[in-house]
Design a protein around this ligand. Structure first.
Ligand SMILES: C[S@@+](CC[C@H](N)C(=O)[O-])C[C@H]1O[C@@H](n2cnc3c(N)ncnc32)[C@H](O)[C@@H]1O
Length: 303
């Protein structure tokens, strides 16, 4: 094993934990998605049983979140968003397991060591992606847009962006910069799905042990988001948030304890998705704001 194909370390070990959760779901007869490669990748990554308590705490949240992002991808494909960027892709295998419309090109961005490890394991499986898959080793705190553009990203094509399970490991400033860069690369008709949590969630007593464990992986929960709809709107995105009770109900699963408002009060893990309108909107003059608000509603309704 060379230095570039070692099992994921540090914050990238969290990706192995998520792959384990997906592998467990794959084994269920009533699974919410199929992910046959999750177990292969998790097995190759070695023991992460020290993170089992995080998985148990999150309960079915990781499974429901996977399904939420899967459905987002399917809707994006149906809307002819044939360019996809999975930021902090970890051991995500959507390139292989979802029915992408042609000619979808999917970019996976993650830290270089994680990308090398995943590529090595998948190469040994002789599996073929269901789209054109391009891996982009890059740090989301650095100049990842340059790496993405060099890898063939086309800024004129509507793009579906995934930010699943990573914003909490970045600072507020990193996340603001990340969204600004995503937005500047997003043609009209682009979409984005994100996961984050609010400050109340960050402070839940049951999360203390998780923060402690993640701190030793250099995966500190560094940021939170009070209102994902407003955060996205500031960058020109029209967002909706998925209610955890509704999401669980739709899929016939119990509401995970850490997302159940009856148990956690105002603490929230946000799952939100948004679109960037295809229609150009003329920026409002201050005195004409009321009229423009109704135009905004009109644009919102078209999605
Ligand atoms: C919890 S995992 C989520 C992986 C994947 N999105 C999923 O849901 O299965 C977090 C991922 O973020 C990646 N990550 C953390 N910080 C990063 C950074 N600064 N730049 C790029 N990737 C990063 C890790 O390597 C890891 O793969």
């Amino acid at each position: 094993m060379n230095a570039h194909s070692r099992p994921p370390a540090g914050v990238s070990r969290t990706a192995v934990m998520i792959a384990r959760a997906r592998a467990d779901e794959q084994a269920r007869p009533d699974r919410l998605f199929a992910d046959p490669l999750a177990g292969v990748l998790a097995d190759a990554a070695g023991d992460v049983s020290d993170l089992d308590f995080v998985r148990e705490l999150a309960d079915t949240h990781f499974v429901l979140r996977t399904r939420y992002f899967d459905d987002f991808c399917l809707a994006a494909g149906a809307a002819r968003c044939t360019q996809v960027v999975v930021l902090a892709a970890g051991l995500d295998t959507r390139a292989y397991r979802l029915p992408w419309p042609r000619p979808t090109r999917l970019f996976e961005v993650d830290l270089p060591a994680l990308v090398s490890f995943k590529d090595r394991v998948l190469a040994g499986e002789r599996v073929r992606p269901a789209c054109e898959r391009v891996t982009v080793p890059a740090d989301l705190r650095g100049d990842w847009p340059a790496a993405l553009l060099a890898a063939g990203f086309d800024r004129t094509r509507p793009t579906a962006w995934l930010l699943e399970g990573v914003m909490m490991f970045l600072s507020d400033a990193d996340n603001d910069r990340l969204l600004a860069r995503i937005s500047s690369l997003s043609a009209p008709g682009s979409r984005i799905a994100i996961e984050h949590f609010n400050q109340e969630f960050r402070r839940l007593p049951q999360m203390n042990q998780v923060h402690e464990r993640f701190r030793s992986l250099d995966a500190l929960a560094n940021s939170w988001l009070a209102d994902p709809v407003r955060w996205l709107a500031r960058n020109g995105w029209y967002a909706t948030v998925a209610a955890p009770t509704r999401l669980a109900g739709e899929h016939g699963r119990p509401v995970p304890g850490i997302t159940d408002p009856e148990l956690v009060g105002p603490a929230r893990i946000w799952l939100a998705s948004a679109v960037r309108p295809r229609l150009a909107i003329t920026l409002p003059q201050k005195r004409r704001l009321p009229a423009i608000r109704s135009v905004t509603k009109l644009v919102h309704r078209t999605y």
